[in-house]
Ligand binder design. Structure first.
Ligand code: MCA
Ligand code: AMP
Length: 585
């Protein structure tokens, strides 16, 4: 069906429900988005603030009402920018009913309400996150692979006003409610299914609240044993996304295959937000699967970008070698992947063998960049081939300042035109604002002159390019791109009801591994009473998976007679690594 849409007299801007006069649109007659349908909200209740991301989405609709924002592969449906904005406006109106008169344009709030949500990667996730932003609340995305106990920890720490729960995770409802208390409603996040409607209206836009309002809280592990909520404002996340759009030239013809989890910056900002800000399309998968990605790449030209952690590239290379090399789909696979515009690796060090093998298959030198939850992205190699240096994460991104300091004295290392190494510190509008309700941790993470101390050690070459040398602390492990606190794993092992009668002492370390970057390894002594039964890895993993996400659970277990300590009673983890995990010569 095709109709002529016109603007009512007196309306000369887009602050209304219509496209510009005379624009022809094809659309289906059922004209109210599913949230509005199901919740009986009138269109007057539905508006959206002029946040930069929403203005960009509106511009995408105006440029092309049919432009697809999200392809949700679990639903096998696609959703236009117009539909997205309408669904967001409808859910935002509903959220506001729970926020007890909260008005983000009023400046007196010291804390914005948090809204935690648990949804699989897909359209419903995006609608939830944007609606929370539209309501001026802080989005707290929960991790889909966390067991109940970890979700409960996040809820207890984030102290949300509201929890949105997708039906996929209904099994957690009672446990979350018990943790959150009766005063915090848990409302179902109704799955949206009305796809591919060429929705003829835009929601009403209202002037924005200040961008200094807090927007996003991501839980991140540190050298302490409990994850902290890292808060960024709208200003920060907009800057982070724009800086990437500028550096990597995201554009409206881009089409991203998105396979990363959506409780971290990599998936949220680099993948989802930057692509949508630029008017591109995000094809969302609930989970990475090497076969699916290769199948999509074989359809040459249908996608343009891919972003992932090194473990994913390692799996893609393995899949190619085992299932594609030497078969009739080999040339289509190679040609398809080589036609992509941009392929990025980050979140952990990319092993050279993986990079080499991927280049042999695809013709692409993976673009490496460096980031952190607290800073978004800080450093990146260039889009141009000559600005990709082997093993390097490149130079500071637009608007970001980077410096190196002496580890002990904190003195700034000025560029001498030679290789230098030190601790990376970052400054700029990309920085987070605080760890939630942890003023001391926040203050400790900055220098007196306002630089954020990343805790990463790097070398800076004569041409200014940075090379990450590793973490300062042995207590931070990176496995599969996830940051894991060794202290948190130790605490959970010793606190586990089934394991505490068995294990006497435990030390957790990260052991180098080509596929995972590092593996979580536990070195333990057993209590006398358990000496005869012993403890195997499968049993340890089974018990621990109830307490923490599978990616944190040790995949290596060594039972030893004793764990050496120094005169201060401390374990030297570097010695433990040498003693038990030194590579065979
Ligand atoms: C899962 N397993 C692991 C890990 N993850 N073992 C060791 N280390 C891990 N990290 C175990 C599981 O417990 C399971 O064991 C077995 O491996 C297979 O699990 P599987 O489900 O097949 O693994 P997967 O789901 O395929 O996970 C691999 C993955 C995933 C796709 C690489 O870890 C992933 O999505 N990582 C991305 C993380 C990320 O986005 N990080 C960004 C944060 P069993 O069979 O016994 O159960 S960093 C960030 O945002 C900053 C800003 C930045 O710079 O980007
Ligand atoms: P997270 O705190 O989970 O955001 O992880 C951030 C950490 O990941 C950084 O502090 C680095 O240690 C590591 N990291 C991120 N990107 C890279 C990279 N390209 N190479 C090496 N390490 C990286």
């Amino acid at each position: 069906m095709s109709i002529e849409v016109s603007v009512s007299p007196g309306h000369h801007d887009y602050n209304d429900w219509h496209f510009p006069a005379g624009q022809r649109l094809d659309f289906l007659p059922a004209s109210v988005p599913s949230y509005a349908n199901s919740r009986r909200l009138s269109k007057d209740d539905q508006s959206i603030p002029e946040l930069p991301l929403f203005l960009a989405a509106r511009a995408s609709v105006l440029a092309d009402p049919h432009k697809v924002a999200i392809i949700d592969k679990s639903k096998d449906k696609s959703f236009t920018f117009g539909q997205l904005l309408n669904d967001v406006a409808a859910l935002k109106a509903e959220l506001q009913q729970y926020l007890a008169g909260y008005d983000p344009t009023v400046s007196s709030y010291t804390e914005e309400p948090r809204i935690a949500f648990l949804a699989p990667a897909g359209y419903d996730y995006v609608v939830a996150q944007w609606a929370i932003w539209a309501a001026g609340a802080v989005s707290v995305p929960l991790c889909t692979s966390h067991p109940l106990k970890e979700l409960q920890y996040t809820i207890s720490d984030a102290d949300p006003s509201l929890i949105l729960l997708h039906p996929t995770f209904k099994k957690f409802e009672a446990g979350l409610q018990e943790q959150a208390g009766a005063a915090t409603p848990i409302i179902p996040l109704t799955p949206l299914t009305e796809s591919s409607r060429n929705f003829p209206f835009l929601p009403r836009f209202t002037s924005s609240f200040p961008l200094s309002r807090r927007a996003l809280m991501i839980y991140t592990s540190g050298t302490t044993s409990r994850p902290k909520g890292c808060i960024s404002t709208h200003e920060t996340i907009t800057f982070q996304a724009r800086s990437l759009v500028e550096a990597w030239k995201y554009n409206r013809n881009d089409h991203l295959i998105h396979v990363l989890p959506l409780h971290h910056i990599h998936g949220i900002i680099n993948g989802l937000t930057a692509t949508l800000l630029a008017g591109g399309t995000v094809e969302m998968y609930p989970k990475f699967d090497a076969k699916t990605v290769w199948n999509r790449w074989q359809q040459k030209g249908s996608t343009t970008m891919f972003m992932a952690v090194p473990t994913v590239y390692s799996r893609l290379v393995d899949y190619f070698d085992t299932n594609i090399r030497g078969t009739e789909s080999e040339s289509a696979s190679r040609e398809g992947v080589s036609a992509l515009r941009l392929i990025v690796s980050g979140s952990a060090a990319l092993p050279t063998p993986v990079k080499r093998k991927f280049a042999e298959i695809s013709g692409h030198e993976l673009l490496e960049r460096y980031g952190m939850t607290e800073i978004g992205m800080g450093l990146s190699c260039g889009l141009e081939r000559e600005k990709r240096i082997d093993g390097s994460v490149g130079w500071a991104l637009p608007g970001v300042k980077v410096r190196l300091t002496e580890e002990k004295s904190g003195q700034v290392i000025t560029s001498s035109g030679k290789d230098e190494s030190g601790m990376i510190e970052i400054k700029g509008p990309n920085l987070f604002s605080e760890y939630f309700r942890r003023p001391e941790s926040t203050a400790d993470s900055f220098t007196q002159d306002g630089w954020f101390k990343t805790g990463d050690v790097a070398k800076r070459a004569a041409n200014g390019a940075y090379f990450i040398l590793g973490r300062d602390s042995v207590d931070i492990i990176k496995s599969g791109g996830y940051k894991i606190s060794a202290l948190e794993v130790e605490r959970k092992i010793l606190g586990n009801e089934a394991l505490s009668p068995i294990i006497s002492e435990v030390v957790v370390v990260g052991v180098e591994d080509e596929e995972w970057g590092q593996r979580v390894a536990a070195v333990a002594t057993l209590k006398d009473s358990a000496a005869s039964t012993g403890l195997d890895l499968a049993t340890l993993r089974k018990y621990l998976k109830e307490d923490m996400a599978a990616y944190k659970v040790p995949t290596i277990l060594k039972i030893v007679d004793s764990i050496e300590r120094n005169a201060m009673g401390k374990v030297n983890k570097k010695d433990i690594l040498k003693q038990y995990f030194a590579p065979l010569q």
